[in-house]
Design a protein around this ligand. Structure first.
Ligand SMILES: C[S@@+](CC[C@H](N)C(=O)[O-])C[C@H]1O[C@@H](n2cnc3c(N)ncnc32)[C@H](O)[C@@H]1O
Length: 277
């Protein structure tokens, strides 16, 4: 296992081509949080630049992925607003959000014909950008959140879902449909009802370990290498270690990289050496 503290833009090109079986990741959402680094993704002055930057990063992921590999990508949306941050909701002023990012998220961006209160559709815009760069979009999973972020809105339903896209590099790829099934035994459906992990892990935007676990089980074998270029607190790495996969994690913020290392070390010492598929 390897946790690299650095910028995915510069680290990914140093990784060997065709060396990764499965990538499971969640980049920062545009304009939402400040990860306190000049090279961070998500702080671009406009969302079209954000989509462009993600296109560059995932072109490198494409290069390092094996030809039968899979990319699982979780991306969140946001609203175009003039003014309008509150304590809750997609434009909320959250704990570690700095003034600059808030300001960017308080003015309707001049792209895509966006208007005040428009949902920007960022997950699908990113998905289409990746499709145009050669990725094959095979599935979109709706992650239904058991505990959604509260929103004080009265003029639309509260958001309680996010997208997880499954991309392949080639029309045929490794996918173990037997590794995760519905409770009835049927093929897994494309909506996953998942709650947050009970023990916080010191990151404001961690995804549930079960989300990473499913993607890894479906998209890799024991001993394969799993990548997360936006590792945060290392949830993908923890799930990979628990499932006897190798992991390469890249994280810009040294504090989160350290948390990821520590969590993976702990997972390694406590994992049960059972045969996983
Ligand atoms: C949504 S969080 C990932 C959370 C992670 N899935 C978890 O469960 O903890 C995105 C992470 O990407 C990192 N990041 C932002 N820009 C980056 C870049 N250019 N290279 C590497 N990491 C970056 C941020 O510091 C942040 O921790």
């Amino acid at each position: 296992m390897q946790v690299i503290n650095g910028d995915s833009f510069t680290i990914l090109p140093t990784l060997e081509a065709n060396s990764i079986q499965c990538c499971v990741t969640s980049p920062p959402y545009w304009g939402l949080r400040d990860y306190d680094h000049a090279a961070q993704i998500g702080a671009e002055p406009s969302p079209d630049l954000y989509v462009e930057n993600l296109g560059v990063v995932f072109q490198e992921v494409y290069r390092v992925l094996r030809s039968d590999g899979l990319l699982w990508l979780n991306v969140g949306d946001g609203y175009a607003r003039n003014g309008g941050t509150g304590r809750c909701g997609p434009n909320a002023i959250v704990g570690n959000t700095k003034k600059l990012i808030q300001k960017r998220n308080c003015k309707v961006p001049e792209c895509w014909g966006l208007k005040d209160r428009d949902l920007m559709g960022l997950p699908w815009r990113v998905a289409f950008a990746l499709q145009a760069k050669g990725w094959i979009l095979r599935s979109h999973i709706t992650w239904v959140k058991k505990t959604a972020m509260p929103e004080s809105v009265k003029n639309r339903p509260t958001n309680a879902t996010e997208e997880v896209f499954m991309f392949a590099k080639s029309p045929t790829y490794y996918y173990n449909s037997g590794a995760v099934r519905e409770p009835t035994g049927a093929n897994l459906r494309n909506y996953w009802v998942l709650g947050p992990d009970v023990n916080g892990n010191g990151h404001p935007a961690a995804f549930p370990r079960e989300l990473a676990r499913r993607c890894i089980l479906l998209g890799s074998r024991m001993g394969d290498t799993v990548l997360d270029p936006f590792a945060g607190s290392g949830t993908t790495g923890v799930a990979a270690v628990e499932l006897n996969r190798k992991a390469i994690l890249i994280e810009l913020n040294p504090m989160y990289a350290e948390i990821g290392k520590e969590r993976m070390r702990y997972a390694k010492t406590t994992r049960i050496e059972t045969a996983n598929t």
